[in-house]
Design a protein around this ligand. Structure first.
Ligand SMILES: Cc1cc2nc3c(=O)[nH]c(=O)nc-3n(C[C@H](O)[C@H](O)[C@H](O)COP(=O)(O)OP(=O)(O)OC[C@H]3O[C@@H](n4cnc5c(N)ncnc54)[C@H](O)[C@@H]3O)c2cc1C
Length: 420
């Protein structure tokens, strides 16, 4: 039987960042898919460049960004001031809604202001309670609740108040009411970066530090014997000293024969349609949020306005419950509905669709609750006691960016190296 010191499951950002940082050649990366990248992948078709879903980057640690960019040969990385908007009452409101209610029709603005003055006291409760307590009925019910329910495909009363962590654009009541001396909240993504050939460039940068002959593509891990420290793949058995997995935590628990509670670990899925047209659509805007329950998508992004190109190039995201059936027929019907909805909201006028691609992200957003956080920590600890380390957005059952994935993977590599 083959043996390796570090068996890495998954060649997404997390697995590659771990292998790259390890400084030990005794590793093997097993990747179920036919190429590296996980969710951070790019497709190029008929001159259009699309990610698996809109991936834009906001590095908080300059050294990590420099580390990646320095390895990106001739690729240009675009740096843009975010132009993100909300389609509401047949007009655009700047994002985030709660900081821009003065752009609403007067009566609705007054409703939001009244809601702010009459909001309930904040107590530790659900995400939905938090929205009412911080923003009042008007803001919560006009945008924050319908939009996030479309995204998460769940009643927000089931999510923890802090389910989105630093990714939620909070604002104080003073700031919302336009008090000039109110401190301005910082947005985590007021500017963002994007490589000219798509998100995969960051993956390729990481992969430069990983030996390609030690990445086994099309090789899925199908079982893990915790006691024997042996993984079974679709091709062989591999003994390991430590196993590092970026597969979804629940899938890893299944592989290890450890039970878990589906009421605690739930998630949505997101169907992404990448659509290329023959001519330009709305100018300037990078992405638009749609809270309307009657529209199929919750967000639409415009690659052409990021690249400065002259043919409309969209990603369209549709949030779905995890048990939604998605046959080829239903996906086709959903795409037709997306195109009709794009017309309804004025994105699509006289352009013709000339190229498309679609992908299902499953899981996409995990449902974070106090219980899921506690259970994920407990299960990770149990696995770690057997030298199985679960990392990554889905391995840690969390909401995070690729930068967070890199930080976590490097931290684990440092820890394991110092132990050996
Ligand atoms: C809609 C959406 C938008 C996002 N936008 C952004 C953004 O703008 N900016 C940002 O920084 N982040 C964004 N993210 C988050 C980002 O995609 C993730 O943080 C990152 O891709 C996670 O990488 P990972 O390696 O942890 O997991 P993954 O990308 O899921 O990689 C896991 C890998 O493991 C492989 N695998 C799974 N099971 C097995 C098995 N049994 N055997 C072998 N291989 C296996 C999979 O094939 C996959 O390649 C977004 C996420 C979503 C869903």
């Amino acid at each position: 039987m083959e043996r390796t010191r570090y068996l890495i499951v998954g060649a997404g950002v997390s697995g590659l960042a771990f292998a790259d940082w390890l400084q030990d050649d005794d590793y093997l990366v097993a990747e179920a898919d036919y190429e590296i990248g996980g969710y951070c992948r790019t497709v190029e078709r008929d001159g259009f460049v699309w990610d698996y879903s809109g991936h834009f980057f906001h590095f908080r640690i300059p050294e990590i960004e420099r580390y990646l960019v320095d390895r990106m040969s001739a690729q240009r990385v675009l740096r843009l001031e975010r132009d993100s908007r909300i389609w509401y009452a047949e007009r655009f409101i700047d994002f985030p809604f709660q900081r821009n209610i003065h752009q609403l029709p007067e009566a609705e603005f007054q409703e939001c202001v009244r809601g702010l003055h009459e909001r309930p006291d904040e107590q530790r409760g659900s995400f939905k309670d938090m929205l009412y307590a911080r923003y009042g009925r008007g803001i919560a019910e006009k945008f924050l609740i319908p939009y996030n329910e479309k995204l998460y495909s769940i009643n927000l009363a089931r999510l923890d108040a802090d389910a989105m962590g630093r990714f939620f654009p909070h604002a104080s009541a003073e700031e919302i009411l336009g008090k000039t001396d109110a401190p301005k909240s910082e947005s985590y993504n007021a500017t963002f970066t994007y490589p000219e050939r798509g998100a995969i460039q960051y993956i390729d940068a990481l992969a430069k530090g990983v030996r390609s002959d030690q990445i086994a593509l099309n090789e899925r891990v199908v079982g893990i014997d915790l006691d024997e420290k042996v993984a079974t793949t679709t091709k062989r058995k591999i003994g390991y000293d430590a196993l590092i997995s970026s597969a979804p935590l629940v899938a890893l628990l299944d592989l290890c024969g450890v039970g878990w509670d589906p009421n605690v670990f739930s998630h949505n899925k997101v169907q992404v349609f990448n659509l290329g047209f023959d001519s330009k659509g709305p100018p300037d805007v990078h992405w638009i949020y749609y809270p309307q329950r009657e529209l199929s998508f919750y967000r639409v992004g415009f690659y052409d306005n990021i690249f400065g190109s002259d043919r409309m190039s969209l990603y369209v995201e549709v949030g779905l419950p995890s048990d939604a059936e998605l046959s080829e027929d239903t996906r086709g019907a959903m795409k037709a509905r997306v195109l009709a909805d794009l017309q309804t909201c004025g994105v699509l006028t006289n352009q013709t669709l000339v190229a498309s691609h679609d992908v299902l992200l499953d899981p996409a957003y995990v449902h974070i609750t106090m219980k899921s956080n506690a259970e994920a920590a407990a299960k990770k600890k149990l696995l770690a006691a057997h030298d199985v380390h679960s990392i990554g957005r889905y391995g840690s059952w969390t909401y995070c960016s690729i930068e967070d994935n890199i930080v976590e993977a490097r931290g684990l590599a440092d820890m394991l190296r110092s132990r050996s």
